[in-house]
Write a protein that binds this ligand. Structure first.
Ligand code: FNR
Length: 374
C-alpha cells in the first residue's frame, strides 16, 4: 500500500517508499554503485564529519535562498543532476523532473541518456518563469553526432554544457548486472531513441546503453568543444585538486563538478566534499576561483549537507537519486514536494546558522577539523 506523499518529511523518506514500490530492475539501476559501494557510503559519511559554527544574534527575519549559477538566477542553490533512464522509474520519465523543477525555478541538467527525447524534456517546462536547463554530455566516438547534440541544445535554449569526464567506461554495478534484462522492461524501447548505442542488456542497464562513449576523450579535445559552442563548458566528474587547477588554467572551461558519479564509477574515489575542502584554498591562492565555478554532487540529502558545501566554496550542488525516488513513487507531485521540503529545510537551517543569504555562507561557519580522518 502506497503511503500518501504528505507522509514524506525529508528526502530519505522518498527513498524508503521507492524501495518498496519500484520494480526490482529499476531499483537496482538507480540505487546501485560500483563494486563494494564504499564511495557511495563515503559520500554520505563525509558530510557527517563537518560541523557548523553557527552565528547568533543576527537578524534572520528574512532569508533569501536565491542565487546565480553560470549566469542564471535560480530560486535555490541545488539543481537536478543528470540521471539516465527516467522511464525505468516512472512512465513520464524525465519530464516529471522538468515540471517540478520549472515550478520551483530550479535548474535541471538533462542527460544524454534520457529516456524521453531532448525536445520532449525541453517542452515539458511549465510556468511563467523560464528556468534554466543544462545539457549533460556523454561524448560519442562519432564527433559529428556529439556536435549535432550540442548545437541542437544550444539552439533550443539550453544554457550550459556539462561534459562527463569520469566515465570512459561505466563502472561495475553488480546489483544492476544481476537484475539485467528485467531492468530494461519498459525503458528499452525508449532507450533506442538515444543515438549511437547498442542494446545488449546481458551486463545490466548501465553497460547496455554506454558502448558509444568515447574512452579516448582527453584534454586535447577541449579546444574542439570550445570551437563548436558558445555555451559555458563545465567538466563533470573531476576528482583531484590538480585536475581542477588544470581545468581552470586552460581558460577553456567555465566550471567543474566535483563528483564521483554517485559512487557508480571508481570505487574508493573520494567524496566531493573532501576534494572541495582541499581545492578551494588552492584556487583562491592562485586567483583561479574567479575563473571557474565549482559545483559538487554525491550524497547530499539534507539542507545541512548543501550548506556545508556552500560554506566550503561550492556555487551549487547537484542532487540525483532523491529526485529519482520521489519521481518513481509519486511522479511530478513527489519531486515537487521533495523540492519544497529541501527549500524549507534550507530556510530554517540558514536562519539557525545566522546566514541570511547564500553570499553570507563562508568557511568561517564550518568546522572541518575531522574531515580528513576517515
Ligand atoms: C547517474 N549519474 C549520471 N551522471 C552523468 O553524467 N550521466 C548520466 O547519464 C548519469 N546517470 C545516472 C543514473 C543514475 C541512476 C544515477 C544514480 C546517477 C550521476 C549523477 O549525475 C550524479 O553524479 C550522482 O547521482 C550524484 O549522487 P546522488 O545525489 O545520487 O547521491
Amino acid at each position: 500500500l502506497m503511503p500518501p506523499v504528505e507522509s514524506c518529511y525529508n528526502l530519505l523518506d522518498f527513498e524508503a517508499v521507492a524501495r518498496r514500490v519500484m520494480k526490482r530492475g529499476a531499483w537496482a539501476y538507480y540505487s546501485s554503485a560500483a563494486d563494494d559501494e564504499i564511495s557511495l557510503r563515503e559520500n554520505r559519511a563525509a558530510f557527517q564529519r563537518v560541523w557548523f559554527r553557527p552565528r547568533i544574534l543576527v537578524d534572520v527575519a528574512n532569508i533569501d535562498l536565491s542565487t546565480r549559477m553560470l549566469g542564471s538566477r535560480v530560486s535555490a542553490p541545488f539543481y537536478v543532476t543528470a540521471t539516465a533512464l527516467g522511464r525505468l522509474g516512472h512512465p513520464d520519465g524525465e519530464t516529471c523532473l522538468t515540471k517540478a523543477a520549472s515550478r520551483h525555478n530550479v535548474v535541471q541538467m538533462i542527460p544524454t541518456l534520457a529516456s524521453c527525447s531532448f525536445d520532449e524534456i525541453m517542452d515539458a517546462a511549465e510556468g511563467p518563469g523560464n528556468p534554466p536547463q543544462w545539457l549533460q554530455l556523454y561524448v560519442n566516438k562519432d564527433r559529428e553526432i556529439t556536435r549535432r547534440i550540442i548545437q541542437h541544445a544550444e539552439k533550443r535554449g539550453c544554457r550550459a554544457l556539462f561534459i562527463t569526464v569520469d566515465a570512459p567506461q561505466l563502472g561495475r554495478r553488480e546489483k544492476d548486472m544481476r537484475a539485467k534484462a528485467t531492468a530494461l522492461g519498459d525503458g528499452g524501447s525508449n532507450v533506442q531513441k538515444t543515438e549511437g548505442h547498442s542494446t545488449d542488456v546481458s551486463q545490466g542497464a548501465a553497460r547496455a546503453i554506454s558502448s558509444f562513449i568515447d574512452p579516448s576523450l582527453c584534454w586535447d579535445d577541449l579546444p574542439w568543444f570550445r570551437s563548436v559552442t558558445r555555451l559555458p563548458i563545465i567538466l563533470k566528474g573531476v576528482q583531484r585538486v590538480e585536475d581542477v587547477v588544470r581545468a581552470a588554467e586552460t581558460g577553456l572551461v567555465d566550471g567543474v563538478v566535483l563528483s564521483n558519479h554517485g559512487g557508480r564509477q571508481l570505487d574508493f574515489a573520494p567524496s566531493s566534499l573532501e576534494v572541495l575542502a582541499e581545492v578551494m584554498p588552492v584556487l583562491r591562492a592562485r586567483g583561479l576561483d574567479r575563473r571557474i565555478e565549482v559545483y559538487v554532487d554525491g550524497g547530499l540529502r539534507r539542507a545541512t549537507d548543501i550548506l556545508k558545501a556552500l560554506c566550503l566554496g561550492a556555487k551549487g550542488v547537484g542532487i540525483g537519486r532523491p529526485f529519482l525516488y520521489a519521481m518513481s513513487a509519486y511522479g511530478v507531485e513527489g519531486v515537487d514536494r521533495a523540492m519544497s521540503l529541501l527549500k524549507d529545510e534550507l530556510e530554517m537551517d540558514m536562519r539557525l546558522l545566522g546566514a541570511r543569504s547564500i553570499d553570507e555562507l563562508g568557511p568561517e561557519l564550518v568546522d572541518t577539523r575531522s574531515l580528513g580522518s576517515h
